[in-house]
Design a protein around this ligand. Structure first.
Ligand SMILES: Cc1cc2nc3c(=O)[nH]c(=O)nc-3n(C[C@H](O)[C@H](O)[C@H](O)COP(=O)(O)OP(=O)(O)OC[C@H]3O[C@@H](n4cnc5c(N)ncnc54)[C@H](O)[C@@H]3O)c2cc1C
Length: 428
């Protein structure tokens, strides 16, 4: 297989209908081969270069299977034409001791799902304990919350099958270069995610597709010998001589175990408190806090793509902004959701938390993004390791009161915010 990199195609030359043909012509031209010698090809990377609005390009890396590969490489090989690098498989190491009990994975967000999947695929028959519900029941609970303000503290936007990101944009960017990232993407594709996530520079799945992907991942865990238990909250950790011996589930059942993977995410404040009481060492950490800012998607498209705004090859545009103040505090945008929605995402009664969510097509009229500022332990009330949680709760309670105490978020127009005015209506 031959990799051809840095293939830049002007946006005006390419459409969803002619993309394959245009790429084929590029390969034939670069490798100087006849059409019949190109056996197959696939996209390995695709990104948008919109730095110059008058010259927006799609940039591809392609993998081509050709007749007489060695000869073709000898003739045309170089910086941008070379043998396709071998896929690096993550290095899995196995223990030598026989486990007394099946390993337990607590939490079925992305971390728990992939821990359980890899354990199951390798014959460890994990038991997954998830406090929330399966994704279908969860969707009903969340719709009830969004429509009628009825919050189930155990099954909501934070808790339940798929974890905190199921009702999200499903962005899959990590900004790290680790062979495990590719394995995760491949598993997503096997579970029904679109093939393009394997090559797009900024892959995303969308909440609509994610829900079935998550279900398929669960089926895969089960078909490999794993077990998934919903509505099963770990309520205590039982230890002997500093080693875990059992978990208490829902305050009533005891599950003996000696290997537990805690994949409980960022929101299980009650579980953090139990862990603290059980003597697990903890330190407060910095995090970011802020608001969601929302604007018409077409404004962002025009700002990023100029006259090419709306071109189907570009899709809905995104952005990323950062500001470093002299005080040392930084403000930045995060988790931008093109064509998405701002959603209520609380998991505790009497608190308001917002987040962003998009569907696969990202075709909503608005875009939104988190607008955040970094906070650190010096900002928290006191020195307790969980003081940051109290800090979060204070702001979430205030937001709840300001929004009318029914889980609607307080809203203000940016112009009014900058002019210190209360808004009397909201935009479109
Ligand atoms: C609305 C929203 C949108 C987001 N969008 C994106 C995005 O587009 N891209 C992105 O990369 N990130 C996104 N994030 C962040 C992302 O979801 C988290 O970083 C990610 O979910 C963390 O994964 P996790 O598995 O560690 O934890 P979580 O996803 O939080 O999963 C933890 C799971 O553990 C369960 N649990 C907790 N305590 C217990 C217990 N005691 N017993 C049993 N089960 C328990 C919870 O119910 C939960 O299902 C978004 C988050 C939200 C809320």
């Amino acid at each position: 297989m031959i990799r051809l990199s840095d293939i830049r195609i002007k946006i005006s030359r390419i459409t969803p209908d002619n993309e394959k043909e245009v790429l084929k012509r590029e390969i034939l031209g670069r490798l100087k081969i006849k059409e019949e010698d190109l056996l197959s090809f696939s996209i390995s990377k695709k990104s948008v270069d919109a730095r110059k609005k008058a010259d927006i390009c799609l940039v591809y890396s392609l993998d081509a299977e050709v007749a007489n590969e060695e000869h073709v490489l000898k003739k045309t090989g170089g910086r941008d034409v070379f043998p396709t690098p071998a896929v690096i498989r993550p290095d899995l190491r196995f223990g030598s001791e026989k486990l007394r009990h099946r390993p337990v994975v607590t939490g079925m967000g992305p971390a728990g799902i992939f821990a359980a999947l890899i354990l199951a695929q390798n014959g460890y028959r994990p038991i997954v304990l998830e406090r929330g519900e399966d994704v279908d029941s969860r969707v009903m609970k969340i719709n009830d919350f969004w429509d009628h303000g009825k919050l189930d503290p155990e099954s909501n936007v934070q808790f339940g099958e798929g974890g905190a990101g199921t009702f999200s944009d499903g962005k899959l960017t990590t900004l790290i270069n680790d062979p495990r990232c590719e394995q995760v993407l491949r598993e997503f594709v096997s579970a029904g995610a679109p093939q393009e996530i394997l090559y797009k520079n900024k892959p995303h799945i969308g909440t609509d597709l994610l829900r079935s992907v998550v279900k398929n991942l669960r089926q895969s865990i089960i078909s490999h010998g794993g077990e998934v238990r919903f509505r099963s909250r770990v309520t205590d950790f039982i230890t002997r001589d500093g080693e875990i011996t059992a978990l208490e589930i829902n305050g009533e059942e005891i599950l003996e175990c000696n290997v537990v993977i805690l994949a409980i995410g960022h929101s299980a404040r009650d579980t953090f408190e139990i862990l603290y009481k059980r003597g697990i060492e903890m330190i407060p950490k910095p995090f970011s806090i802020g608001v969601r800012i929302e604007h018409p998607q077409e404004v962002i498209d025009r700002a990023q793509y100029g006259s090419e705004a709306g071109n189907p090859m570009l899709g809905a545009a995104d952005y990323k902004l950062a500001y470093h103040s002299k005080s040392g505090r930084s403000a930045y945008t995060f988790c931008m959701c093109p064509g998405g929605y701002v959603v209520a995402a609380a998991s505790e009664k009497g608190h308001v938390v917002t987040n962003g969510m998009s569907e696969y097509k990202r075709d909503g009229v608005n875009a939104n993004s988190a607008l955040l500022v970094g906070v650190s332990p010096e900002d928290y009330p006191g020195h307790h390791p969980l003081a940051g949680v109290e800090f979060q709760r204070n702001w979430e309670r205030l937001a709840f009161q300001l929004g009318g105490s029914d889980y609607r978020a307080p809203v203000q127009l940016i112009g009014d915010f900058l002019n210190d005015r209360i808004s009397t209506g909201i935009g479109s």
